[in-house]
Design a protein around this ligand. Structure first.
Ligand code: CA
Length: 225
C-alpha cells in the first residue's frame, strides 16, 4: 500500500514510517496539514493516516477539503485521548475510522487494512440524530461521544430507525427489515430488542430518542412533536 502519514510530531511520524515500511508499505510523511493536503491531492494513496492536531491546517480541515474535492482515499484519523467530540466530528466529515493516541502499532495496522479495504466501495454517509451517531462504514455507534456496543440485531434495528428518523416505523416493517419476510419473530421479541436498545442508547440520557407509538410501532426522533 502507498500510505500518506500526516503527523507533525517527528518521533511519531518516524515510528509510523518505520513500522509501515517494515510491513512492506511505501510511506510519504507530511509534517503539517497544508503539505498533507497538497500531497494527497497530487498523488493517489491507498490510505491516509491523519493526525487531528496539526500546524498550519488541522486534520479536520484536511479531511473536509479532500472529501469536498471528491477525494475518497480512506482516512484513519489520530486523535488525542478524551477528545471524543473529535471522533464524531472526524467521522461526520468523512474520515473512515479513528485511533486514540496512544495506540499499539498492531492496532493501527489492522485498522489501516480495514479502512483501505472499505475504500474500494463508496462510503456510506454517517447518520446522526441529535447526539446519537451511527457510522455504517465502521458500524460504530456513539451517544454524546460515548461508544455504544450493540449486537447485530440491535444495530440493524437502530440503523433502520435512524434512517427513518422522525417517522413512525411500523412493527411489521421493523420485523421484516431486521429478521426477514418469512421469519416468525413475534411482536414481543421485537419489544425485547427495543428494550435492550433503550438500555444502551437512552436510559442513561436525559433526552430519550426511541419513542413507542402505541398500536403502530416505533419512532426515533430528537425532539418532542
Ligand atoms: Ca499533532
Amino acid at each position: 500500500m502507498q500510505v500518506l502519514v500526516v503527523e507533525d510530531e517527528r518521533r511519531m511520524a518516524e515510528l509510523l514510517r518505520q513500522g509501515l515500511e517494515e510491513e512492506g508499505h511505501s510511506v510519504v510523511v507530511a509534517g503539517n496539514g497544508k503539505d498533507g493536503l497538497a500531497i494527497a491531492e497530487s498523488h493517489p494513496f491507498d490510505a491516509i493516516v491523519l493526525d487531528v492536531m496539526l500546524p498550519v491546517m488541522d486534520g479536520f480541515t484536511v479531511a473536509r477539503k479532500l472529501r469536498a474535492a471528491r477525494n475518497q482515499t480512506p482516512i484513519l484519523m489520530l486523535t488525542a485521548r478524551d477528545a471524543t467530540h473529535d471522533v464524531i466530528e472526524g467521522l461526520n466529515i468523512g474520515a473512515d475510522d479513528y485511533l486514540v493516541k496512544p495506540f499499539s502499532f498492531d492496532v493501527l495496522l489492522a485498522r489501516l487494512r480495514a479502512v483501505s479495504r472499505r475504500g474500494a466501495i463508496p462510503q456510506p454517509v454517517p447518520l446522526q440524530v441529535l447526539d446519537l451517531t451511527l457510522n455504517p462504514a465502521s458500524r460504530e455507534v456513539m451517544r454524546r461521544g460515548r461508544p455504544i456496543s450493540l449486537t447485530r440485531t440491535e444495530y440493524n434495528l437502530l440503523e433502520l430507525l435512524m434512517r427513518r428518523a422522525g417517522r413512525v416505523v411500523s412493527r411489521e416493517n421493523l420485523i421484516e427489515a431486521v429478521w426477514g419476510f418469512d421469519s416468525d419473530v413475534r411482536s414481543n421479541t421485537l419489544d425485547a430488542f427495543i428494550r435492550l436498545l433503550r438500555d444502551k442508547v437512552d436510559n442513561a440520557e436525559e433526552v430519550k430518542l426511541i419513542h413507542t407509538v402505541r398500536g403502530v410501532g416505533y419512532c426515533l426522533r430528537g425532539e418532542e412533536s
